[in-house]
Design a protein around this ligand. Sequence first.
Ligand code: SAH
Length: 349
Amino acid sequence: MTTRYDVDRAGLAELLADQPRYRVDQVWEGLWAQGREPADLTNVPAAVRERLADALPSALDPVAESVTDDGATVKWLWELADGARVETVLMHYKDRSTVCVSTQAGCAMACSFCATGQAGFERHLSVGEIVEQVVVARRRAASDRDGRRVGNVVFMGMGEPMANYDATWGAVTRLHDDLGIGARHLTISTVGLVPGIRRLAGADLPVNLAVSLHAADDELRDELVPVNRRWPLEDLMVACEEYVEATHRRVSFEWALIAGVNDRPEDARRLAVLARRVRAHVNLIPLNPTPGYEVRGTSAAEVRRFRDQLLDAGVNVTVRDTRGTTIDAACGQLRAGHEATPVDRPRRR
Ligand code: SAH
């Protein structure tokens, strides 16, 4: 299915074949660099605007939007043309805004503590469905924060980007080439699919790699991140080493702190060994509780103790602030809370 941002320049040229040549550039610039709706392209004739709106429908139909953290976090739940639902999150920080995009509806990786993993896999998103999440968030950042630009895009929403590599990479290329977002401002997060990490190491844009580690021994990681049974820690570490060697970029390790499960002193000790091996930056995320996983996140005091133990071991570490937890909108929970929303609303163009 072709949605607005699935079409490439050649496709657009075909659609506008009866128009003067400069029209393609005008429309391309308006839709991509400026992120405007076809109806708002006031520099092109009305008939062309209508044709664009018909031929290039928006991929994202809003089901719910929640604003939290005093306006600093906006989360959207979208319905796609076939009824699949995904989330996008826009986070404003002091000096920049970051958008977190989904790459799949659902996820097949089945990480035990993850709301999306608990729900299972539905389908891959297309390039256009991924890109449009950024376009919409950008538009919002510009209107919310006085023309603020979205500085960073993180592929950390629903889904496993490496399991939908081609569309993910297609989106990366478009964001870079057509939205002007630099490779250093793009981060792909993976559960640890080794072939994907290898491909990324050889790719022509040096984007950031984040690895969802969560456990530093195979026994625990098999349980939390089942894909570890296929690519155990040693294989994953070798792939990370290759990535660092090939790209000279820093890898980051994500670690959702789960009370009594992976926040023990021996966990910090093992994590420090792995992090030092590839000079990874560690991102600690207090667990967002999910209905399908009856374990709590680590308390604030224990998070600090864990962080300090890593610091003492010479590891670069930060604690990520959790956003949206007060309204059940963290990590896939917006969708989980809207299962019963009626779907017979008119589709937005
Ligand atoms: N599939 C990719 C990207 C999506 S998840 C990946 O696993 O990296 C983005 C991050 O959120 C991952 O680090 C994931 O482990 C983490 N995450 C998932 N559920 C969470 C929860 N309930 N609390 C905290 N972090 C969570």
